[in-house]
Write a new protein. Structure first.
Length: 300
């Protein structure tokens, strides 16, 4: 289904019409999750990885009052460089479209866009979730809600370690969202391949596709979270990360940073505190997720 609110790139249209594999990619990670110029390099690299695997990449963003599904190099540059790009989650979509501003889509908004365009698989770094401060702040990412109402398979390195992972998993369970870890029963913690939480293990892309198809047959609207641990050689251990995260969280609290600014603030602070190591890890894990998403898209 297309509508005039979508502007789908030629390659993506062609792939969707001919039943060729497509994956969606988000743009908040480019505009608000990583610093320039690494963000631009990463955005291009992710598209290249998909291309080289025979899968059409569809980076999603908002421009000129349309949801763009698939962007060109010029548009990637704007997303990476401009300081006026709005972080767009579900509730911001209508407003930013009405105003014709440039918007970078979060996991939540990208899932909506993927559903509208008929894209079934989406790769990101780490999804948003229940924040550790939830008891005071009530901060729970809309990403989790959109998982309950958009039938899209999202490949993520677990959930961002800045979150309360246990509550994040409980929330997803309450909303009926299937969560599987790929080739392990441990739920990974973004920068680290392990955590003290376990989820159901899934061992093949065929098994993922089979479950997804059954869920569609059942008329279920929810998506699916595939947790893909970062390779051991690229990880930062959870012990090391927890120390850094604690300092970043304290800093955010002291500065009174809340709402949609919190996640970008924490990510940037963690890059600073880890001397850039967290950025390298972040890049590796997204690349790893794109590869798995491509394999899933090919069997679907
Ligand atoms: N994963 C990353 N970097 C990011 C994000 C995810 O590696 O910047 C973004 C995603 O777009 C996710 C968003 O949807 O952070 C969550 O923001 P919030 O907690 O405000 O819902
Ligand atoms: Mn939030």
């Amino acid at each position: 289904m297309t509508s005039n609110i979508l502007k789908i790139g030629k390659k993506v249209v062609n792939a969707l019409e001919n039943n060729k594999p497509v994956i969606a990619l988000e743009s908040t990670i480019i505009s608000h999750g990583m610093p320039y110029p690494q963000n631009l390099k990463v955005a291009k690299k992710l598209e290249n990885i998909a291309d080289s695997m025979g899968v059409v990449p569809a980076t999603v963003c908002l421009m000129n009052g349309k949801i763009k599904i698939g962007v060109n190099e010029e548009e990637l540059k704007i997303l990476a460089q401009s300081s006026n790009v709005v972080k767009v989650s579900s509730r911001d979509l209508g407003k930013v479209l009405a105003e014709g501003k440039v918007g970078a889509t979060t996991v939540a908004a990208t899932m909506i866009a993927a559903r509208l365009a008929g894209i079934k698989v989406f790769a990101t770094g780490g999804i948003g979730g229940v924040h550790r401060s939830v008891n005071d702040s009530y901060d729970i990412s809309t990403d989790l809600i959109e998982f309950s109402r958009n039938p899209v398979i999202v490949v993520s390195a677990g959930a961002k370690a800045i979150l309360d992972l246990s509550k994040t998993l409980e929330f997803l369970e309450t909303y009926g969202v299937p969560v599987y870890s790929f080739k392990t029963d441990i739920f990974p913690a973004f920068y680290s391949s392990t955590s003290d939480l376990s989820v159901e293990q899934i061992n093949s892309v065929e098994a993922i596709a089979a479950i997804y198809k059954k869920n569609l047959e059942l008329g279920l609207k929810q998506g699916m979270l595939i947790a893909n641990p970062i390779p051991r050689k690229d990880e930062i251990t959870i012990e090391k990360m927890n120390k850094i995260i604690k300092i970043a969280l304290d800093d955010a609290k002291q500065k009174g940073i809340k709402g949609k600014k919190l996640t970008p603030f924490l990510l940037a602070k963690i890059v600073e505190l880890s001397d850039g190591d967290s950025l390298k890890t972040n890049i590796k894990l997204v690349e790893n997720n794109v590869k798995l998403a491509c394999k899933i898209a090919k069997v679907l």
